[in-house]
Structure formats: structure tokens, C-alpha cells
Design a protein around this ligand. Structure first.
Ligand code: FUC
Length: 908
């Protein structure tokens, strides 16, 4: 079956309708809609999602809770205020609704997200033909269409952020042929008398005229909730029916041509300090007004608009974000459904459209779940059908919630981070208390008695109602995952107002806390004590230590970024001098006998301590999202690769996504591609949701971030387009990715070689661009006038830009790369010499030999212009030299150097 044009057609109809009485701006939008029509992105299927009732046993699954149909095949919509999962059924349609503040006590006692409502549409069509359903992520509209009894039935669903409603339109192609009843249900109702600990849910559904209201209360936090569903039918009749005893209500629509349903939901939750500082769960929302009036107003306002107006408002809001980035690996819209594309992908048929779709789907999910004024996305975004959600669908802070935001800045969606900033501001008071508590227990000598003098801290577990302090299984450095996002918010925007108001306070407070978690050692270092590498266990308990790589790197990263900010703001406070002193004593990177970045100081060979292939690879946070391991520390980059190789390419969803970003950072495009394809093949459901298992959304976001990281980097002081391009994406283009410094970057390439870059300077400033041979390229402004630039070296240029300047770079001379040698060995070794032998490389002009001793970040050149394939390295005392990495590179006829091949000697 061909893919549907339904959404685009409906969208254009709606726009044309709107244009009749509207301005030229809409005309322009229509034009751009036509241009976009070239390639649209959608997930589509030729059958409804099954709904086998979460019968996990029948599905052969042993862990509860589990609803395989919901998590594999329902299609997610969201506007930050609510999430909806659409099944597209023709007998009884199921639309599952989530609201990110409706929680029960949950297993973790933090408050776990729970299903808000199920909306059933009893349609009773049992013999549909020409069935198709889908989710256009180009428009954020889901649809279902089929024929039954000679009539074509269509449904459209979208969640509008500006109007705060879920809109559903049902339509029959023949007059009077649409009949159905709509029946919302409150899930997991429990009897208050029999539920322990007051953790109950009460509520009723009542229908009145054209409105159905669901309202009730969640016991544990006393959450008042309300949902309203308004039905407008065209050409038919409507009857509200109530089963008063059962607390259920429904509306029956008969003989209509079409109908529109509007849904709004909410609770009496208020995002404020009190919700975190109040210890009594029953009082967290005390005094907050019922959501009734707010929800009524939303429904009343939306009811005043026509369907076309609602759709237009939604599309222009959504397109404003989604259309900023285009990505093209040469994929074309497929003629087979998305689940078949996935099956093919798993067997090695890697369709480029599918990869583009996966990338854009992550952006779609972020726009759908994180908006200014809403809660941030949790472990399941804004979609959970469970009573007790896996891990409470919480805000897990030892990588997960931050990974949700890894694509936020580089894929041009910075506004979406606001939701986290609001959450952060609300938990701050409690986080300051957490910091004081932590220092009081773990490092009382450093305790400050001044207000917020201990900074702030956050550990792993958190929800809309509670946060926890560090410790348990993730060390005090855990907060660094969060502050990195605040650093990035500044570095990508260069917005000094935001820096002063939000980003600097976040890093300064974290810096204060981290400055107190380290203790001096006898050899003059400052090490986190106690310290834990997230979730590594030994003999069944979390492994506690001093100064593990994770904590030291995180402290380094926060201190480093903090000092950068202090410089910009000219903060000369005495504490900044403390940070300057401390940063030199952290010794964050240690290299072990396997040539690996060590997870623990006490580790010798890789894997001595902890799980060998643990999903967390926390001792590489300095490579990504951190930057201490970078191109200027080649010996550490090589050591990071050793660690990555040992940890392996298969893991849980988010953990594969982390490895993908790490391989991108070491600029190995082909290896990063393997991680990306592993993510798609092994951790992706037919609805493209990431699975841990079960469904966990961080992997989706990490996957999208990873693709962007392969295509554009900017963490090393310059813009580096196409830093990790895999051979698989030989030719392609992208538009609108963002580099630090607030440059919007577009690129095109052919046969692995860049043909064009366009850089839009959004705030002005120096623009440095790195690409092989770029100093020989032509650089023009948007009118084609040649611009002069400074040649920093063959591969690096710099230009001063003003806000709004557009640079176009073309005619970049091709750069031929030379391969590394396949083998490097030590043949003999004695106290005075080491004999090294390597394999000859065709086309080599000569070889270079380097060495790095101990934890050195860089290599020393041992021998240059070696034309043989062996070398006798001599030293006064080999055994006294310390742990050493030897590295041989190949230099080609064009003077370009290959990657290195390594061999080690492990004297102490
Ligand atoms: C961390 C991870 C787990 C899981 C959980 C929600 O604890 O180690 O794999 O993602 O968060």
C-alpha cells in the first residue's frame, strides 16, 4: 500500500481555508509547506495496534507490569500538557492519556507517574478494508483511515500546545454514516478501604450534554485531577448517558457526518519549592485550587475555534520548531510500513529514510514532551499506561533525564529546555538542603553555616514531588550531568542574561557543593570521598571508593565550566580562587595497564573491579558530555577507545546511545554508525520507541543527539562539521544544526567529502571552522562576495562575524586519508631497549613513533621519518620508565597522518 497523503492534504485544506481571511504571512507558510512536501516523515502501519489487555503472560513476558501492545505499536502524541497514545482501532479505539503530575506512591516512594485515563471509542467496525494508520512527525498529526460498508472513515488526532488540548476528528465519507460512543475510563480505581497507606485513587466519570468530566483524587499526595472531553458532532445526534452507580458516563453519537472531540486534563499540582520541601506527602499540594476551573476554561476557549483554526494554530506552532532542521542521507519515502522497515533493518537492510526518521522522531518526541510551562519529560517522556510505572517514570538524574536533553541545543530546540529550568528552580531550595545534609554527614569539616553556603546537590532519584541527595550508588559528581546542560545552554546561546540569571547560579551552587566533597590526600591531591561510579556493584553492593574517575571528571567539568563563566562575568569572588586551586589537584584521568581510562584509582587492568560490560560507562563522562578528553589529549582519546572497546557495543537502550555519542566524540564515524544501527536493531520498538527494556525514552533522545554529534561538533573551540561521518552515509546534507557560539550550520557532502557549508551567525562573534584543507576553500557572504579569513592552519580558519552574517564555504580541496598500520608488536624487551615491529602500509611516506608515559594526556615524539617498519627504542632503565603506551602512525605522501596503533609496557 502507498503511504498516505491524508495528513498533508488535510493540512493544506485547513491552511487554504484560513488564508481566505488572513494575511500574506500565511500564504508564505503555505508556500513553505509546499516546499516541505518534497519529503515528509511519518510512521505508518497497515493494521491497528492490537490491544490484548497487557496480558503479559500470554505474551511470554515474565516481568510485570507490561503492556506489549501499548509500548510497541501505539503512536505517541503530546503537547507537554498531556500525552496521548493512539491505537487506531476500528472496533473499540483506545486512546491512552498521561499527565506528568498525576502520581501515586509507587515503589520508589518518590511518587510514581500513573495512567491518567483511557478513552475508548466504540465504533464497532469489524471488517475494515484498505486500512492505514500513521503518525506524521512532519505535522505532529496521527491518522487512521479505512473503508467499511462502502464508506471511507477517517480520523485525525493532534495535541496542540497553544490550545492545550488533544483534538480528535472523526469523519465518514457518506452523510449520516458516523455512529460511535465515547467512553473515558479512570484506570486502576481502588477501594480506599482496602488500599494500604492511603495510596488509593477515587474518581467518577459523568456525562452531561456534550461534555464528559472525569474527576477524582489520588490518595498518597492528595492529587486532585480532572479531565474534560467535549463532543461536537455535525449532522447527527448526541446523547449523554450515565451509569451513576458504576461512576461511568459516555456520549453516544449517531448518524453524524463528522465529529470533533476536545480533551484537556490537569491536576492541582503546582511547580514550586514547597512541593519538594514539604515532607508530609499529604500536604505537598495543600491549599492548591482544584483543576476544574482551569480545565473548563481550556475547553471553553478551544470550543470557540473551528477545527481548521485549531489545526492551523497547532501546525504553525509545531513547524516553527520541527522545520528548523532537515537531514538527508538520500532516503526516499518508503512504500512499506514502518514495522517492516524495522524488520528489514534488523536483518541488515539499512534504509536511509528509516535512519532519518529515527533522528527526526527524537526531535518530535522532545517537542511533544517538553514545552515552556510544562513539566520536563521523564523516563517515559509523557507517556505511561501503567499504574506503577517502571522506575516510577521518574526524573532519574544519573544520566537518564539529562540524556533527554542531549539533543536539545544542537538540534535547534533550545526553548524545550525551559521546562527543565523551571523544574530545577523549583527543586533548588530542597537541593540546597540536600547539599548541607550530604556535607554534614560525609565531610563535616567543610560544612558551611551560611545560607546556601554548601551549594546544592541532586542524586539519582527524583520525581515531580521529591528529589534525593547523592549517594546510594552514584557519587557526588552526579550533579555534573545536570550542570553540563546549563553550561551548554549558555555556550550554545551565548545569552549573557540567561547566563547571569540561570546558568551561572546553577554552576556556582554545584561548584560550592563539589568543592566540599573532596578531601586532601597525602600525595597532595583532592579526591571525592566517599565516591561511587554509578551503579557499579561488587559482591551485590554498590562499590564505594575514593576519587573514582566519574566523580573526579564531573568535578573537573563543573569547575572548568564555572571558571569559564566567572571569566565572562568577571567574578573575582574568593571562591573562584578556591576553584582555580582545586581544579589542578583533581587528577581526573588515569590510564591503566590495559591502556584503558580507569574507572577506579585502585584498578590495574580493565575490569578488575565491577561488572565488565556494565551499561554505565561513567568514567568516560569526561569525553561526553564532558570535554576534558579531547583532540588535544590524544593519549587519553586512545585510552578512551580501549575502554569503549572493552565495554562493548551492545547494552541497554540509553547505554548504547551513550556509547554512540562517545564514539562520535572520538571521531570514529564507522564505529559510531555501528552503535547507531545497534540502537535501531536491538532496542527499538515498531513504533520507534526505545526500549531498556521496557520502554524508556532516553535512548531515543540519546540516539538523536548521537547522530547530530556525528554530523557536527563544536566543543573544542571551533565548529567541526562532519567530524565522524560514516562511510555508510557517503553522500547527504543537513540544514539547521547548531554549534556552540550560536552558529546555525548546514552542510552537504558527496562520497564522504564536504562540498558545501553554510554558517549563519545568530549572535555574531568569532567563527572558527575546522575541516581538512578548509584554508584552501572559497568563503563568500550570502551575496557571493568573497570574504577573507585568517588561516590558523591548513585545516582551521577563523573570521569575525556580525549577527545575521551568512558564510558560504565551497571548493574545499579533497583530502585523501591514509590507513593506520594493522599491527604493532613488541618483539623483544630488556632493561635497556624495546624492539617494536609494525606492518607495512601501502602508500606510506614514512612512520612516526610516539610514547605516552603514565597518565600523560599527550604523546612525546620518539622518532620521526622512520622508513623501516621496526624501531629499537632505547632507555637508561626500561623498568623505571613507568606504564608506557607506544604509538605508531603512518604519514602519507600528502603529509597527512593516520590514526595510531598502540602497544603497551606495564612497568610500575
Ligand atoms: C539507571 C540505569 C538503569 C535505568 C534506570 C531508570 O538506574 O542504570 O539502567 O535506566 O536508571
Amino acid at each position: 500500500m502507498r503511504k498516505s497523503r491524508l495528513v498533508t492534504t488535510l493540512f493544506l485544506c485547513a491552511l487554504v481555508g484560513f488564508m481566505k481571511n488572513s494575511s500574506g504571512q500565511v500564504k508564505a507558510e503555505l508556500e513553505s509547506a509546499r516546499v516541505q512536501k518534497k519529503k515528509t516523515y511519518q510512521l505508518w502501519y497497515d493494521a491497528p495496534a492490537p490491544n490484548r489487555g497487557g496480558n503479559y503472560k500470554a505474551l511470554g513476558v515474565t516481568s510485570k507490569p507490561y503492556d506489549a501492545d501499548w509500548e510497541s505499536l501505539s503512536l505517541p502524541l503530546g503537547n507537554g500538557w498531556l500525552g496521548a497514545c493512539v491505537f487506531g482501532r476500528t472496533d473499540t479505539e483506545r486512546i491512552q492519556i498521561t499527565e506528568n503530575t498525576l502520581v501515586n506512591k509507587s515503589l520508589h516512594k518518590l511518587g510514581g507517574l500513573t495512567n491518567f485515563a483511557e478513552i475508548y471509542l466504540d465504533i464497532n467496525h469489524r471488517k475494515p478494508t484498505n486500512y492505514q494508520r500513521g503518525l506524521s512527525i512532519s505535522d505532529a498529526v496521527s491518522y487512521t483511515k479505512y473503508q467499511e460498508g462502502g464508506v471511507e472513515y477517517t480520523r485525525e488526532y493532534f495535541a496542540s500546545y497553544p490550545d492545550k488540548v488533544l483534538v480528535i476528528k472523526l469523519k465518514a465519507s457518506a452523510k449520516g454514516k458516523l455512529s460511535f460512543s465515547v467512553r473515558p475510563v479512570i484506570p486502576y480505581l481502588k477501594n480506599p478501604d482496602t488500599t494500604k497507606d492511603g495510596d488509593y485513587r477515587t474518581g467518577i466519570v459523568s456525562a452531561n450534554g456534550d461534555l464528559i468530566t472525569l474527576s477524582g483524587k489520588m490518595g498518597f499526595y492528595n492529587v486532585l485531577y480532572e479531565g474534560q472531553l467535549k463532543v461536537t458532532n455535525f449532522g447527527g445526534t448526541e446523547q449523554a448517558m450515565n451509569d451513576v452507580e458504576g461512576g461511568n458516563g459516555k456520549i453516544v453519537v449517531a448518524d453524524a457526518d463528522s465529529a470533533i472531540l476536545l480533551v484537556a486534563v490537569g491536576t492541582n499540582y503546582k511547580l514550586e519549592s514547597k512541593v519538594f520541601t514539604e515532607l508530609n506527602p499529604a500536604k505537598k499540594l495543600y491549599g492548591n485550587p482544584s483543576p476544574h476551573e482551569r480545565i473548563s476554561n481550556i475547553i471553553a476557549a478551544a470550543s470557540k475555534k473551528s477545527y481548521a483554526e485549531l489545526l492551523q494554530t497547532h501546525l504553525s506552532d509545531y513547524h516553527n520548531y520541527f522545520n528548523r532542521v532537515k537531514l538527508d542521507f538520500g532516503g526516499t519515502e518508503p512504500t512499506i510500513p514502518t514495522d517492516k522497515l524495522l524488520t528489514n533493518y534488523r536483518t541488515g537492510i539499512h534504509d536511509s529514510y528509516f535512519e532519518e526518521l529515527y533522528f527526526q522522531f527524537g526531535r518530535y518526541l522532545l517537542i511533544s514532551s517538553s514545552r515552556p510551562g510544562t513539566m520536563p519529560p521523564n523516563l517515559q517522556g509523557i507517556w505511561t499506561q501503567y499504574d506503577i510505572s517502571p522506575w516510577g517514570a521518574g526524573y532519574w538524574h544519573n544520566i537518564n533525564v539529562q540524556m533527554n536533553y542531549w539533543p536539545v541545543f544542537n538540534t535547534n530546540l533550545a526553548e524545550m529546555f525551559t521546562a527543565y529550568v523551571d523544574y530545577h528552580n523549583a527543586y533548588m531550595e530542597e537541593a540546597c538542603q540536600m547539599a548541607t545534609e550530604y556535607i554534614r554527614i560525609n565531610n563535616p569539616d567543610s560544612l558551611s553555616f551560611s545560607t546556601n553556603g554548601n551549594g546544592w546537590a541532586i542524586g539519582t532519584g527524583a520525581s515531580a514531588y521529591t528529589i534525593m541527595g547523592p549517594g546510594g550508588h552514584s557519587g557526588p559528581g552526579t550533579g555534573g550531568f545536570t550542570t553540563k546542560l546549563f553550561w551548554e545552554q549558555y555556550d550554545f546561546s551565548r545569552n549573557k542574561k540567561l547566563l547571569r540569571q540561570t546558568d551561572y547560579p546553577a554552576l556556582l551552587g554545584m561548584g560550592k557543593f563539589l568543592s566540599k566533597v573532596i578531601k586532601p590526600t597525602r600525595d597532595g591531591l583532592l579526591l571525592a570521598n566517599p565516591s561511587e561510579s554509578p551503579e557499579q556493584m561488587q559482591k551485590g553492593t554498590a562499590y564505594k571508593t575514593i576519587g573514582c574517575g566519574f566523580d573526579q571528571q564531573m568535578i573537573y567539568e563543573n569547575h572548568h565550566d564555572l571558571l569559564e563563566m566567572a571569566k565572562i562575568l568577571d567574578d573575582k569572588a574568593p571562591f573562584i580562587s578556591t576553584v582555580k586551586y582545586q581544579i589542578g589537584k583533581l587528577d581526573p584521568i588515569q590510564v591503566g595497564f590495559s591502556g584503558q581510562i580507569k574507572e577506579y584509582r585502585e584498578e590495574k587492568n580493565y575490569g578488575d573491579i565491577g561488572e565488565y560490560k556494565h551499561r554505565h560507562i561513567s568514567h568516560l563522562v569526561g569525553l561526553y558530555p564532558g570535554t576534558i578528553i579531547n583532540s588535544n589529549t590524544p593519549a587519553w582519546v586512545d585510552a578512551a577507545k580501549v575502554t569503549l572497546n572493552a565495554r562493548g557495543d551492545l547494552s541497554r537502550g540509553w547505554a548504547i546511545a551513550h556509547r554512540l555519542n562517545l564514539w562520535a566524540r572520538v571521531k570514529d564515524g564507522d564505529r559510531a554508525y555501528i552503535l547507531f544501527s545497534n540502537l535501531l536493531s536491538t532496542c527499538t520498538k515498531p513504533n520507534l520507541w526505545d526500549t531498556h527494556p521496557p520502554f524508556q525514552i532516553d535512548g531515543n533522545f540519546g540516539g538523536t543527539a548521537g547522530v547530530a554529534e556525528m554530523l557536527l561538533q563544536s566543543h573544542e573551540g571551533y565548529i567541526a562539521p562532519l567530524p565522524a561521518l560514516p562511510s555508510k552515509w557517503a553522500s547527504g546534507s543537513y540544514k539547521g544544526l547548531v554549534a556552540r557560539g550560536n552558529f546555525e550550520v548546514s552542510a552537504a557532502w558527496k562520497d564522504g567529502q564536504a562540498t558545501f557549508f553554510e554558517i549563519n551567525s545568530r549572535v555574531g562573534g568569532i567563527c572558527k571552522v575546522y575541516y581538512p584543507n578548509i584554508s584552501m576553500a572559497t568563503v563568500t557572504d550570502s551575496h557571493g562576495n568573497k570574504l577573507s579569513f585568517k588561516k590558523e592552519n591548513t585545516d582551521l580558519i577563523s573570521l569575525q562575524t556580525n549577527k545575521g552574517d551568512i558564510l558560504k564555504i565551497k571548493s574545499i580541496p579533497e583530502n585523501s586519508k591514509i590507513k593506520a598500520t594493522d599491527t604493532l608488536m613488541i618483539t623483544t624487551i630488556d632493561e635497556k631497549s624495546v624492539d617494536l615491529v609494525w606492518k607495512e602500509v601501502e602508500g606510506a611516506a614514512y612512520y612516526k613513533l610516539y610514547k605516552a608515559v603514565g597518565n600523560s594526556p599527550t604523546y612525546d615524539l620518539v622518532a620521526d621519518k622512520v622508513t623501516k617498519t621496526n624501531y629499537e627504542f632505547q632507555s637508561e632503565s626500561i623498568s623505571g620508565m613507568g606504564r608506557t603506551t607506544f604509538r605508531v602512525t603512518v604519514v602519507g605522501k600528502n603529509g597527512r597522518e593516520s590514526n595510531g596503533r598502540l602497544v603497551y609496557i606495564n612497568n610500575k
